[in-house]
Design a protein around this ligand. Structure first.
Ligand SMILES: Cc1cc2nc3c(=O)[nH]c(=O)nc-3n(C[C@H](O)[C@H](O)[C@H](O)COP(=O)(O)O)c2cc1C
Length: 179
C-alpha cells in the first residue's frame, strides 16, 4: 500500500485534468492504496518571494495555504502533479506551487515517485515534452525522488469534455492503478 497524493492545479470549473485526476484517484484507491486528491482551486497560494529564508528556517515567510500542502507532499510516497498544458508548459499555478515547496529542499522527505498528469487541446507526446522538462527541473533538486512517468489526456479543450471521453476516463483509472 502506497501513500499517494494527487494535486490538481487547474482553476477551471469542470476541469478536464481534474476529471481525469478523479479517475486516477479511483484507480489508486481500488487496489488498496492510501490516496488523496487535493485541488488548488479553493486555496490561497501566493508567489515565492525568493528570499530563501526557508533554507535556514524550513518555513516560508508567506502565511497562506501552501504550508498544509507542503506537509502532505513531504509525507507522501508518490506525488502526482496534475496540470492543464498552457503554451506547451506547466500551468503557472503548478510552477508557483513547485517554487513554494522550496522549504522542503533542506529537509527529509518521503516522496520517491513523481508523476505528471496533463490535459491539452492537442494530442501527441510532443505536446507535453517541455512541461515534463519543467517538472524534471524540480525533481533534479530532490535526489531521492525520480520522474516516474506522464499521463497526457490529449484532445480535450472545452470544460467537461474529458467526462465524455470513455477511453480517456478508463486510461486515467488504469494510470491510477499503476502508480
Ligand atoms: C492559456 C492557455 C494556454 C493553452 N495552451 C495550450 C497548448 O499549448 N497546447 C494545447 O494543446 N492546449 C493548450 N491549451 C488548452 C488546454 O490545455 C485545454 O483546454 C485543457 O483541457 C485544459 O485543462 P483544464 O480543463 O483541466 O483546465 C491552453 C489553454 C489555455 C487557457
Amino acid at each position: 500500500m502506497k501513500n499517494i497524493l494527487i494535486i490538481s492545479t487547474s482553476m477551471r470549473n469542470k476541469s478536464n485534468s481534474e476529471i481525469l485526476a478523479q479517475q486516477a484517484l479511483q484507480g489508486a484507491l481500488a487496489i488498496g492504496n492510501n490516496a488523496e486528491l487535493i485541488t488548488m482551486k479553493d486555496k490561497d497560494i501566493r508567489f515565492c518571494k525568493g528570499c530563501l529564508a526557508c533554507q535556514k528556517t524550513m518555513k516560508c515567510v508567506i502565511k497562506d495555504d501552501v504550508s498544509e500542502i507542503l506537509e502532505k507532499v513531504k509525507a507522501a510516497d508518490t506525488v502526482v502533479f496534475v496540470t492543464p498544458i498552457y503554451y506547451y508548459e506547466l500551468s503557472g499555478q503548478l510552477k508557483t506551487l513547485l517554487d513554494r515547496l522550496n522549504p522542503l529542499y533542506p529537509q527529509e522527505y518521503s516522496f520517491r515517485d513523481i508523476y505528471l498528469m496533463t490535459t491539452s487541446a492537442e494530442e501527441g507526446d510532443e505536446v507535453v515534452e517541455t512541461a515534463v522538462g519543467g517538472l524534471k527541473g524540480w525533481i533534479a533538486c530532490f535526489e531521492k525522488a525520480r520522474f516516474a512517468g506522464v499521463f497526457n489526456g490529449g484532445g480535450v479543450n472545452d470544460a467537461n469534455e474529458a467526462s465524455k471521453r470513455e477511453e480517456l476516463l478508463k486510461a486515467a483509472r488504469e494510470f491510477g492503478k499503476s502508480l
